[in-house]
Design a protein around this ligand. Structure first.
Ligand code: GP9
Ligand code: MN
Length: 634
């Protein structure tokens, strides 16, 4: 390579390297990115590089010196501007920018105000490299002179840049499997892919859903409404309104499966408090989770909207700009103060954005809690201090209120550190996960017990209805050997489907306390929570677009579809494309017996997807029926 050619590549390369190092320095000084090991540090260090090499590489196609150097400077400025935008945003929101944030008009007003207060004069330093490039370009023209660049060299350049990209993505995938399909958290995306690739990914997600949304129109909703009207089941008069005007407290029990309820491990009761509460509650023992890759966030989605989550990705990430008709919104309209409480980073699962769409009036997140090294374990604040501190917040809430709380301690890898948190021993099997699971479940059980006590002390108990449900499985199929040891039977696809049961408990002080504890064995799932609860509060859902049915209604159909197409009915379990009899736990001879239910499961999942992908609820006139056809009218 001649001297001039070297110079030619030097200018764009210099710009790229300066930006690379600058980005890394910014990661370390302007953002608060948690690094747990040296591999994560390495990924963080290299992650801006592939993008920068690729975009600055485009400069190699320009023949004209002036145009090329201008391109390099403008590009450098734009990229710096993007990262600077993130810095300013982060100062205020402790989060990275996303397109929906920029385009949501309500956010935008807030953004403008806070951006102004968060910009400082010294921030000019962030642009130091751009200024250097401008000066070089002006005073050292020899540096940017260029006589062309051979095709071969160009190819080699892009090959190296692409290789770095693959190395980055490969390392990220081993550090955080399913990073892109699950898209857990913006911080995780930025940490693993880099802020620039993260923005590209965000743009991709956004344009995909915009296109699908643009092609949809209101007529598609008519079919779905007709279907749902025909399915509607009347609430049970014995229960409708029995919790009218009470506060509604919903507790999402992290990773709690139903097999731990009323069960012992090594002779010790796993959930002593829940077992007691159940005696004075409505307890649904044939209730399943219906979550997909969005895990906890999917369960929240089901709870609020009675729609199915998506088959791929987390709807909290992919469709946070949609219009929804949530339970929270309905309660807002009925005079409730609505909120949600979870002592984790607010952007996890994109909650801060999605919660706006759901319509909660307030999100109590990590910053609303006193979190320190003495009260945390694993993922963060332990459940006992979480409940204690949450009751303090509840005392301040306007009544009646609805709040949804999400526990955290019983989360994979199910770690407890302090002896005082271990109320039960470990299980003994070949799976550490299973061995430790029981103790964290037991810990959460204790936390719920303390919560009930605190509620009573605060005088909130009598006026509240306390609902608990498990969000999703805690023990995945990777631990079938240990699970079959615990259950004393082989984990067949049938058993595996049954293991997707999670507890659903509705405790209504003053009503269920007085000997009205009941075990209700209707087959249902998280999709049924919304109508069940709204009816208990005396709020009608007749006109609502929802796929669930009130579990207390006589008409409830004993049916639950899992997000992956499995389903359970009164008599059958359909799993791995086989129809099983519940009576024999074996495949039924006549496989067609499952067909009508399979049809129902497919129809509902497809309709629900259509609503989400087309953002169809924006065409739904709340409190009235958009469908004007005769048979759907009252
Ligand atoms: C994180 C918590 C756990 O905030 O909700 O999420 P999960 O991994 O269970 O989906
Ligand atoms: Mn969870």
């Amino acid at each position: 390579m001649g001297k001039l050619k070297r110079a030619a590549i030097a200018f764009p390369l210099l710009a790229a390297v300066l930006l690379w190092l600058k980005t890394y320095i910014i990661y370390k000084t302007s953002f608060n990115i948690k690094i747990e090991n040296s591999m994560q540090e390495f990924i963080l260090f290299i992650n801006p590089l592939s993008f920068l090499l690729l975009v600055f590489g485009l400069a190699l196609f320009f023949k004209n010196d002036k145009v090329r150097s201008r391109f390099v400077i403008i590009l450098s400025f734009i990229i710096t501007f993007v990262i600077y935008g993130n810095i300013v945003f982060y100062r205020f929101f402790n989060d990275f920018l996303t397109l929906p944030v920029l385009f949501q008009t309500s956010n935008f007003a807030d953004l403008k105000d806070s951006a102004a207060t968060e910009m400082h004069l010294l921030d000019i330093l962030y642009f130091a490299d751009v200024i250097l490039l401008v000066l070089l370009n002006k005073f050292k023209p020899a540096f940017i002179h260029f006589k062309g660049f051979s095709k071969i060299n160009r190819r080699a350049y892009f090959l190296v840049a692409t290789a770095i990209l693959f190395l980055n993505v490969g390392l990220a995938e081993t550090e955080r499997p399913q990073l892109l399909t699950r898209t857990f958290d913006r911080e995780m995306l930025v940490k693993n892919l880099g802020t620039y690739n993260y923005h590209l990914y965000d743009i991709f997600l956004q344009s995909k859903s915009s296109a699908q949304r643009a092609m949809a129109d209101g007529s598609e909703l008519a079919d779905i409404e007709n279907y749902l009207r025909a399915q509607y089941v009347k609430p049970n008069e014995d229960y409708f309104g029995i919790a009218k005007e009470k506060n509604l407290i919903v507790i999402t029990l992290e990773s709690t499966q139903n097999f731990v309820i009323n069960e012992k491990m090594n002779g010790e009761v796993i959930t002593p408090f829940l077992n007691e509460v159940i005696k004075d509650s409505l307890y649904f023992d044939n209730f399943y989770h219906q979550t997909g890759q969005g895990k906890t966030s999917d369960s929240e989605f089901l709870l609020e909207n009675s729609l199915y989550p998506l088959g791929r990705g987390a709807v909290f990430f992919t469709h946070s700009g949609n219009e929804y008709a949530s339970m929270a919104e309905k309660l807002n309209n009925n005079g409730y103060f609505t909120s949600t409480m979870h002592a984790n980073n607010k952007s996890f699962w994109n909650r801060d954005i999605m919660y706006e769409a759901i319509g909660y009036q307030r999100f109590y997140s990590a910053t609303d809690y006193d979190i320190n090294e003495n009260n945390t374990v694993g993922w963060g604040l332990k459940d006992i201090p979480f409940f204690h501190q949450s009751v303090e917040h509840m005392k301040e809430m306007q009544k009646p209120f609805y709040t949804k709380m999400i526990t955290l301690t019983n989360h994979h890898p199910f770690k407890l550190e302090e002896e005082e948190d271990k109320f039960i021993g470990e299980y003994h099997s070949n799976s550490r996960t299973v061995n430790q699971y029981f103790a964290t479940v037991r810990y959460t059980d204790e936390a719920v017990k303390e919560f009930f006590e605190k509620l009573k002390e605060a005088g909130l108990y009598e006026d509240s209805i306390i609902v608990m449900y498990g969000d999703h499985y805690g023990i995945s199929e990777n631990h079938n050997a240990a699970m079959s040891q615990f259950l004393g039977k082989e984990v067949t696809p049938y058993v595996s489907a049954q293991l997707q049961k999670v507890p659903f408990i509705v405790h209504i002080p003053g009503v269920t306390d007085q000997g009205r504890g009941q075990v209700i064995s209707k087959v249902g799932g998280q999709i049924d929570i919304r109508p069940t609860l709204l009816h208990l509060l005396g709020i009608d859902t007749k006109q609502d677009i929802q796929f669930g049915e009130d579990l207390l209604s006589d008409g409830h159909r004993d049916f639950v579809a899992f997000r992956d197409g499995r389903f359970v009915t009164k008599d059958y379990v359909y799993a791995d494309n086989v129809c099983y009899s519940k009576e024999t736990e074996e495949p039924v001879e006549n496989q067609e017996l499952c067909d009508p239910y399979r049809e129902k499961a497919m129809t509902e999942l497809a309709y629900s997807d259509k609503i989400i992908y087309g953002d169809l609820l924006r065409f739904y006139e709340k409190d009235s029926n958009v469908n004007s056809s005769e048979d759907s009218k009252e």
